[in-house]
Design a protein around this ligand. Structure first.
Ligand code: GLN
Length: 497
């Protein structure tokens, strides 16, 4: 394997042995970006100089005999809704085209303390609304496994970058599946931790009762290492939980004998692509072979999760996005003749021009379901459905240690295929959305291939039981070859290096 194919812990070991420096690793990753990002388009902004300087500093500290944390000197990319002081943070929206945050998100502060090396900011669906990264206001990102296909979304940039070796790991966000589904489409590991485990201070909000920071890594051990570094209470985030954070690597025992795993049968219905179903079925056989007890179970309200989510998430988004008004920061519309719009006109033009079509659709939906008369009919009803979903999970976790589903019912779509059919696109998240509705942790990991494209399996656990899904995911991974496969990238457009 090449340097850019390696994991965090493999590179850490090499640096400790002195066979490679952080600067060398960073140069390799930057060269990879130069070589392939013209085809993949994962990056909105590359921070080459800062990355090399940060790597050099880590090398110096190591030389001085300092004992450094596992993430020190390892290049990572951040989804472009995570605020980075002095580095453009756009949410892939014209609204924030030129926004340079004056502060770092808490997760960025934590990574900086670890000596992490930021290579840049990664493309996403505008304001994290979407499942393909085609709703980026700048350009779509391509799937490294097949450049004609989408990498998933909304964290498509982060997932594609990690899969292509353009970052060793990445952070994204997950409101309804945005870390797990792109991880599944790109053949890597994506984790959405329990609501409240990781601070969202400095992460541009989409739907605050659902948003969580997510991790994108090449394998489960890397996922545990990144969680170790970024989890923990933060007074700057009201929803942050004051819980003890274990060392997540201690759960990677390789042993899952007797673990009870439930498969919600309602989630294996009509929508599931038979090619995904086939791969998933074999993965279940593997879990059984490893000593787990796999059983079908029932999750009757599964089908109500997507419609309820598409009431709650837009309602919260409409409120969160009210701040983009042309007054405080971000884009402001000005008339061609250089004169001033009156206030109302300025608001309307700014929001009309600054937001893309999907964001506007969600804002309209959100304000509608919150309007008087509709509130009870839609919003309140959706909240009740959410409680039912929570209760169902609680009931299931009395009988099962973890639940398992495919991560997505579909293989990665062809670019352009789904973008005009919002309802179909919304339903493609039907396995990931219920998890956010209940605030639970879930991981997606590679479980096989169909027609050369990766298929992901999702494991779900009770709140704050990340260790449980890491344990099962790790055991599965160590007994299957999928996490070691890398996309067969050949240069198309890019030839700068
Ligand atoms: N695809 C889902 C949506 O469009 C989830 C997005 C997300 O998790 N940010 O709402």
């Amino acid at each position: 394997m090449e340097i850019f194919d390696l994991t965090v812990y493999q590179l850490k070991e090499m640096m400790e042995k002195g066979t490679i420096t952080a600067r060398e690793i960073t140069s390799v990753v930057l060269a990879r970006i130069r070589q392939f990002d013209a085809d993949i388009r994962a990056y909105v902004t590359v921070t080459e100089e800062d990355a090399l300087a940060a790597a050099q500093e880590v090398d110096q500290r190591r030389k001085d005999g300092e004992k450094l944390p596992p993430l020190a000197g390892i290049p990572l990319g951040l989804k472009d809704n995570i605020c980075t002081k002095g580095v453009r943070t756009t949410c892939s929206s014209h609204m924030l085209d030129n926004f340079i945050p004056p502060y770092n998100a808490t997760v960025v502060e934590k990574l900086n303390k670890c000596g992490a090396v930021l290579t840049g900011k990664l493309n996403m669906d505008e304001f994290a609304m979407g499942s393909t990264t085609e709703f980026s206001a700048f350009f779509p990102t391509h799937n490294p496994w097949d450049l004609e296909r989408v990498p998933g979304g909304s964290s498509g940039g982060p997932a594609a970058a990690v899969a292509a070796g353009e970052a060793i790991y990445a952070l994204g966000s997950d409101t309804g599946g945005s870390a797990r589904q792109p991880a599944s489409f790109c053949g890597i590991v994506g984790m959405k931790p329990t609501y409240g485990l990781i601070s969202r201070s400095g992460v541009v909000p989409f739907a605050s009762s659902l948003d969580q920071v997510g991790t994108l890594t090449k394998d489960v051990r890397d996922c545990a290492l990144v969680l170790n570094a970024i989890a923990g209470h933060d007074p700057k985030d009201n929803a942050s939980a004051a819980v003890d954070i274990p060392d997540y690597t201690t759960f990677l025992t390789g042993n899952i004998k007797g673990k009870k795993i439930g498969v919600p049968k309602e989630q294996l219905g009509d929508r599931l692509d038979p090619r995904v179903a086939d791969v998933f079925k074999k993965a279940l056989d593997k879990l059984e072979e490893l000593g787990a007890v796999v059983d079908e179970c029932s999750f009757p309200h599964a089908a109500s999760a997507v419609p309820a989510y598409h009431i709650i998430a837009p309602a919260e988004a409409s409120s969160n996005l009210a701040r983009f008004d042309g007054v405080r920061y971000g884009y402001r519309a000005v008339p061609d003749d250089g004169k001033e719009y009156d206030l109302l006109e300025m608001y309307m033009k700014t929001r009309g021009e600054g937001f893309g079509p999907e964001v506007k659709r969600r804002i309209m939906m959100g304000t509608y379901v919150l309007s008087s008369g509709c509130y009870e009919k839609f919003y309140l009803k959706a909240l009740k459905v959410r409680t039912l979903i929570r209760n169902e999970y609680q009931r299931l976790f009395q009988d099962y240690d973890v639940l398992v589903t495919p991560t997505s019912p579909y293989l990665p779509f062809r670019l352009g295929d789904e973008v005009d059919d919002p309802l179909e696109l919304y339903h493609s998240d039907s396995y990931t959305i219920p998890v956010n509705m209940a605030g639970l942790p879930a991981i997606s990991l590679p479980c096989g291939f169909a027609e050369g494209l990766p298929v992901g399996m999702q494991l779900i656990a009770p709140a704050f039981a990340e260790g449980r899904i890491l344990q099962v995911a790790h055991a599965f991974e160590q007994n299957t070859p999928y996490h070691q496969q890398r996309p067969p990238l050949k240069e198309k457009k890019g030839s700068e290096s």
